[in-house]
Design a binder for this molecule. Structure first.
Ligand SMILES: C[S@@+](CC[C@H](N)C(=O)[O-])C[C@H]1O[C@@H](n2cnc3c(N)ncnc32)[C@H](O)[C@@H]1O
Length: 201
């Protein structure tokens, strides 16, 4: 039988740091929508360690959706819903509400329209005070925070000119415009950031 599980090596390195960061951000109960679930390795890890929450994975890629389902089935985690086909840049999203939105390593590895759609869509589905959590590499004050991020940015733009490490201030501007407060920023291993915006009405 075909094994549809994809493996993204970085997930094994960053998943515990992300879990620790999310413990202080996510509510104790409710539904967490993950945008851009990719392989599905993060959602399985988070769901296993945060059993009080339900998780809704999503991705626009059919391969990713198959991989998420395969990881969830293999891990036998009961608190993960079947993945949704969700392209952040396409409105409306196929989900009416969530208590938190988590998006790991997407805004720099997708066109800017995905970041725009992410904050717009998250603002639609989140109630007052609920978090939008982003993880990834960002520039701050118009500069890269590490030489490795600058090289990473070049490699992304070589792969697709629409991709690239984003200015945190530009993402924060989108979020402010969509109705979020913040960001609350935490440094993470390997020159990444956790960035939390909270919905305000
Ligand atoms: C680098 S992968 C990250 C996957 C996973 N979050 C991780 O950290 O391993 C980027 C993901 O973003 C997804 N993606 C790209 N454009 C998107 C969009 N417009 N809306 C939602 N997801 C998108 C891709 O399909 C891919 O799964």
């Amino acid at each position: 039988m075909t094994d549809h599980r994809l493996h993204a090596p970085a997930t094994s390195r960053n998943r515990d740091a992300i879990l620790d960061a999310l413990r202080g951000v996510l509510p104790a109960a409710g539904l967490v929508l993950e945008v851009a679930s990719g392989s599905g390795e993060h959602v399985v890890h988070l769901a296993r360690d945060l059993p009080g929450l339900a998780f809704q994975p999503s991705d626009p890629s059919p391969e990713a959706l198959l991989s998420v389902s395969a990881w969830v089935e293999a891990a036998r985690v009961p608190n993960v819903r079947p993945p949704l086909a969700l392209d952040a840049s396409e409105a409306p999203w196929p989900i009416a509400s969530a208590d938190a939105v988590v998006c790991i390593n997407m805004v720099h590895i997708a066109p800017w329209s995905a970041a725009e759609g992410l904050v717009r869509g998250a603002a639609e589905v989140l109630p007052d005070g609920a978090p939008l959590y982003l993880y990834g590499a960002f520039r701050r004050g118009g500069v890269h925070t590490a030489a490795s991020n600058e090289a990473f940015d070049r490699s992304l733009r070589d792969r697709d000119p629409r991709w690239g490490v984003r200015d945190l201030e530009a993402v924060a501007g989108l979020a402010r415009h969509a109705g979020f407060a913040g960001p609350v920023v935490t440094g993470m291993p390997a020159n990444n950031l956790s960035v939390v915006f909270r919905r305000v009405r």
